[in-house]
Ligand binder design. Structure first.
Ligand SMILES: Cc1cc2nc3c(=O)[nH]c(=O)nc-3n(C[C@H](O)[C@H](O)[C@H](O)COP(=O)(O)OP(=O)(O)OC[C@H]3O[C@@H](n4cnc5c(N)ncnc54)[C@H](O)[C@@H]3O)c2cc1C
Length: 303
C-alpha cells in the first residue's frame, strides 16, 4: 500500500476545527494549500479507498464522538486566498467569507455584504448555500472549481442545484476555488451596510459561545404561521433546555451551545428533544441544518 503523502497526520483531533468543539479524531488529516497538493491527496485517498471529508471553518459541523474513518482535508495557503480582479473576487475554497465581504466593501464592490456575519469559508458557504439578510449567493457566484479524485470541473450556480441551505455537492467533492462577480458601489455605502448588519446581528444572537449557529432550518410548514425555528423552539419551552453539556441558548433558542464538556451525543440528544417538543406542540417536524461528519445515529432527527 502507498505510504501517505508528506504532512498527512494520523488520529488527528478534529474538535478544535469546529466552533461547537465536540467530536473525535480523523483517522487521517491533511492541509491542502495548492490544487496540485489537493489532487495528490484525493488520489491517495482513492488508492486506499478512504472516505474524504472537508472541514472549512467548522461553523456548521458536528463530528461523531467516534471520529471519522477516512481522510479529512482543510484548505489553506493558495486555496484560502482572496484575489481581486476588476469586479471579481477570486477566492480559494478555504478563504473566509467575512474577509471576502470586507475586502469587497473596501474595493467599492457590492453583492457580498450578506457574508459579513457568516463565520464560514467560501467552500462551506457554497456547500450550504449560506445566506443572511435576504442576500443571495447564487446571484454573485460566477463559478466554482470542484475537485474529486482524478478530476476538477467548473460549475455554475445552476449546476449546483441550490435550495434552502443546500447544494447538490456530494460528500468528498471539494470546492477548491470560486469566483464572485460583483457590482460597483461607493465603498462608504457598502461599509455602512456591513456595520448595520454587524450591529443587528449583535443584538439578535449570542456571541462568544461555542455553537454552530442555527440548529434547525426555518420550516415552510403552514402550521408554523411564519414563525422561525427559534420562535417555535422557544414557544415549546426549549430556551435554556440542557442535556449533558449541551444547551439551547438563552438568547436564541435555535442555537445549541457547548456549555461545558458537551459531546456530540449530548448535542444530538438535545436536538432530538427540541424536535420532539415542537412536534408535540405544533405538529411540525424541524429539519436539522447542521452537517455531520462520521457515523452518528440521527434516526431521531429525521421524519
Ligand atoms: C454564530 C454563527 C452564525 C451563523 N450565521 C449564519 C447565517 O447567517 N447564515 C448562514 O447561512 N449560515 C450561518 N451560520 C452557519 C455557517 O457559518 C455556514 O453554514 C457556513 O457556510 C459554513 O461554512 P464552514 O466553512 O464553516 O463549513 P463547515 O462547517 O466546516 O462545513 C459545513 C459543510 O460544508 C462542507 N464543506 C466545507 N468546506 C468545503 C469545501 N471547500 N468544499 C466542499 N464542501 C465543504 C463540509 O464538509 C460540511 O458538509 C452561522 C454559524 C455560526 C456559528
Amino acid at each position: 500500500m502507498t505510504s501517505p503523502p508528506e504532512g498527512v497526520e494520523q488520529d488527528y483531533p478534529l474538535q478544535r476545527l469546529t466552533t461547537i468543539r465536540t467530536g473525535g479524531p480523523a483517522d487521517w488529516f491533511a492541509r491542502a494549500g495548492s490544487s496540485e497538493r489537493l489532487a495528490g491527496l484525493l488520489d491517495w485517498a482513492r488508492e486506499r479507498s478512504l472516505a474524504v471529508g472537508v472541514v472549512g471553518s467548522g461553523s456548521n459541523l458536528l463530528i461523531a464522538d467516534e471520529g471519522f474513518r477516512g481522510l479529512v482535508l482543510k484548505l489553506d495557503d493558495d486555496l484560502a486566498t482572496i484575489v481581486p480582479e476588476g469586479r471579481r473576487l477570486l477566492c480559494g475554497g478555504g478563504a473566509r467569507l467575512p474577509q471576502a465581504s470586507a475586502m469587497a466593501a473596501r474595493l467599492g464592490l457590492t453583492g457580498l455584504e450578506f457574508g459579513v456575519n457568516i463565520p464560514g469559508t467560501v467552500g462551506g458557504a457554497v456547500k450550504m448555500n449560506a445566506n443572511a439578510y435576504g442576500g443571495d449567493l447564487s446571484r454573485v457566484l460566477e463559478w466554482v472549481e470542484v475537485a474529486r479524485p482524478g478530476e476538477v470541473d467548473r460549475r455554475t450556480p445552476v449546476d449546483l442545484g441550490f435550495q434552502y441551505r443546500r447544494s447538490n455537492l456530494e460528500p468528498g467533492e471539494v470546492v477548491a476555488r470560486a469566483s464572485f462577480l460583483l457590482a460597483d458601489a461607493e465603498p462608504a455605502d457598502v461599509k455602512r451596510t456591513l456595520a448595520d448588519m454587524r450591529s443587528q446581528r449583535k443584538a439578535a444572537q449570542p456571541s462568544g459561545i461555542k455553537t454552530f449557529g442555527s440548529t434547525f432550518k426555518n420550516p415552510d410548514d403552514p402550521r408554523a404561521e411564519g414563525r422561525s425555528a427559534g420562535q417555535l423552539l422557544d414557544a415549546a419551552g426549549c430556551r435554556g433546555l440542557t442535556v449533558g453539556g449541551a444547551r439551547f441558548s438563552e438568547k436564541h433558542a435555535n442555537f445549541v451551545e457547548n456549555a461545558g464538556r458537551a459531546t456530540t451525543a449530548d448535542v444530538i440528544a438535545l436536538m432530538a428533544e427540541g424536535r420532539r417538543r415542537v412536534r408535540e406542540r405544533f405538529g411540525i417536524e424541524l429539519e436539522p441544518e447542521v452537517q455531520i461528519l462520521g457515523e452518528v445515529d440521527t434516526s431521531e432527527l429525521r421524519s
